[in-house]
Design a protein around this ligand. Structure first.
Ligand code: SER
Length: 316
């Protein structure tokens, strides 16, 4: 029987992944671990919740022991723009936090899922059809922690046989919990503002192409990878996965198909623009397709229909 701990369960991905895992494995078998932020009623009422700060290794161990956890979805992390503003916090959470989780996993024999990111690439990475195995010289603190995290997870598998697995997520678009301080967040904000104001001021330049994914595919990819036959996995910890690649003009045009009066202008944030410009335009995710059958369901068109429908009701 799987007993799962989700760290960062109150965050953008965690808040939805925890609910999906509870549906799949049973409410009592999935512990939501959050730091401070108050969890939603849905999260609180559907299963166990524990305060877990991943920078406190003893606390992680305590919760794993108490609930007899055998798989950890380690989602607690600092995103790219916040990491540039607070590099020390990003190092502590993204590196020391992951190290603590891996150590606990080694001691208590847990499998570990860890997201990496398009942020693990940098300005010298081939930007188009970015290969699975390629140059990784990121120039952001977020990227430094993500590359180190990929390597650390590989190391724990090779050295200690901890069943580590992970994905390089693109920007994740969702309508339940807002992302906190990422560079790809514009692609979430734009839908909220399209509904609320019919107007959006974008902080990235037109022509900035980035990989993106709708939340249902992001959740499915995590679960499918953790359920994959380990004998087929060659890459384990850093699979490129993507569903679509677009720039601000393309997403605005897609929204305009449904809200014709929608207008977008630009007020470029130099910090986030520089980060975005150092990331791939579009990744090659064929390794994920071959090794565990990755195949996304949502493209830009289908996602836009769903986002506008869900947010239309939610923001009424
Ligand atoms: N969405 C993340 C960010 O923008 C990238 O993985 O920081």
């Amino acid at each position: 029987m799987k007993k799962i701990l989700v760290t960062g369960a109150v965050g953008q991905i965690g808040s939805e992944l925890t609910i999906l895992l509870r549906d799949l494995y049973g409410n009592d078998n999935v512990v939501a671990g959050g730091r401070k932020t108050r969890p939603s009623e849905k999260l609180m009422n559907s299963g166990p919740f524990e305060i877990v700060d991943c920078t406190d290794g003893n606390r992680v161990a305590e919760v794993v022991k108490k609930h007899k956890i055998d798989a950890i979805y380690h989602l607690a992390a600092i995103l790219s723009a916040v990491a540039e503003a607070k590099p020390n916090v990003a190092w502590d959470v993204n590196i020391n936090g992951l190290y603590n989780v891996l150590e606990v996993a080694r001691e208590f024999d847990c499998a570990v899922f860890t997201p990496s990111s398009i942020g693990a690439f940098g300005p010298t990475t081939p930007p188009d059809n970015t290969p699975q195995d390629t140059i990784q010289r990121p120039n952001t603190m977020y990227g430094v922690t993500k590359v180190a995290g990929e390597l650390l997870c590989d190391y724990y598998y090779k050295r200690f046989k901890v069943d580590t697995r992970g994905l390089r997520y693109p920007g994740i678009i969702s309508n339940e919990t807002l992302p906190g301080g990422g560079t790809t967040d514009y692609a979430v904000d734009i839908y909220y503002e399209a509904i609320r104001q019919k107007k959006y001021t974008c902080f990235l330049k037109a022509g900035t192409f980035l990989d993106m994914m709708y939340m249902p595919d992001a959740l499915k990819s995590a679960v499918d990878l953790m359920e994959a036959d380990p004998s087929r996995l060659i890459h384990r910890n850093a699979f490129n996965v993507t569903s679509m690649s677009f720039d601000p003009e393309m997403i605005a045009a897609e929204i305009r198909k449904h809200i014709p009066e929608f207008v977008m202008d630009y007020d470029v944030d130099p910090v986030r623009q520089e980060i975005a410009s150092s990331w791939p335009n579009n990744m090659d995710d064929s390794a994920a397709r071959q090794e565990w059958g990755w195949s996304p369901e949502f493209d830009l068109e289908k996602m836009t229909v769903d986002m506008l429908e869900v947010l239309g009701k939610k923001l009424k």
